[in-house]
Design a protein around this ligand. Structure first.
Ligand code: ADP
Ligand code: ADP
Length: 225
């Protein structure tokens, strides 16, 4: 059973003569443990595709199956449950909560979604901070961390509830090349150790080269390699 399968997905913005077709008849299957780079120029449809994969946005037509469950038939509330239990998100701008320290940023989704109580959440969050190399920086706030360290916190936060699929939108887009490489090493390592599937939009040739598979998108259409 694929982790996620999109078939015949269409998405447009606007209407009538101002309409922009952002995705055209897109078919994609992500298998367990895959590490996929999603590549294409600005405006190609990468963010739209990631938003649809993660149930943040709905397609105009087509179906999305997540472990055999039809996401396109679920209510907003049911989708929110799927997102909070089975998906992890990593963003270009890290999206950490500035007033919370690293540990509390990683705890936050566990507490918000009632996955566990505070004591267990803190223990799990510390474990994930250790695994991304931030054992000693748990009490720092985002403003007291470098960009690469902030992205490590965000990675720990994306993984702490052990999602089946991590969706990342240009996770190295704000980082210098050495830091990007270290973050890529970390993501590949997590993928290999946990079998969590990743789909990552990127402009990085290096990320594309090291991914298990790359999907090219241009003008809303997929061109698979
Ligand atoms: P990226 O290239 O990093 O994916 P973009 O600058 O294309 O980012 O888009 C950033 C956000 O703005 C996305 O959430 C996208 O949905 C939205 N967006 C992009 N183009 C438009 C547009 N023409 N009108 C309104 N929102 C847009
Ligand atoms: P990418 O992430 O590859 O840069 P996007 O998915 O952001 O591409 O955008 C795909 C196309 O859809 C672009 O033409 C963009 O301008 C348009 N678009 C994206 N979001 C919106 C939006 N909210 N409203 C109108 N047009 C949008």
């Amino acid at each position: 059973l694929p982790v996620i399968a999109l078939s015949g997905v269409n998405k447009s913005y606007g209407r009538n003569e101002n309409s922009v077709a952002a995705l055209k008849a897109v078919n994609i299957e992500v298998a367990h443990g895959e590490f996929i780079a999603l590549c294409g120029p600005s405006g190609a449809g990468k963010s739209t595709l990631l938003n649809i994969l993660s149930g943040i946005d709905r397609p105009d037509s087509g179906t999305i199956m997540f472990f055999g469950k039809m996401l396109t038939a679920l209510s907003e509330q049911q989708l929110a449950v799927i997102r909070s239990h089975y998906l992890g998100f990593i963003f270009q701008a890290f999206n950490l909560i500035p007033v919370l320290n690293a540990l509390d940023n990683v705890c936050y989704p566990l507490l918000l979604n009632g996955h566990c109580r505070k004591k267990e959440a803190r223990a799990r969050a510390q474990h994930y901070l250790d695994s991304v190399g931030l054992a000693q920086l748990a009490d720092r706030k985002p403003g007291q961390l470098s960009g690469g360290q902030q992205q490590r916190v965000a990675i720990a936060r994306a993984l702490v509830h052990q999602p089946k699929l991590v969706v990342a939108d240009e996770p190295t887009g704000n980082l210098d090349s050495a830091t990007s490489e270290a973050i890529l090493d970390l993501l590949l390592d997590i993928n290999q150790q946990t079998g969590t599937a990743f789909i990552i939009s990127t402009h990085s040739a290096q990320l594309k080269a090291r991914a298990g598979r790359s999907i090219d998108i241009r003008d809303g259409q997929i061109d698979e390699n």
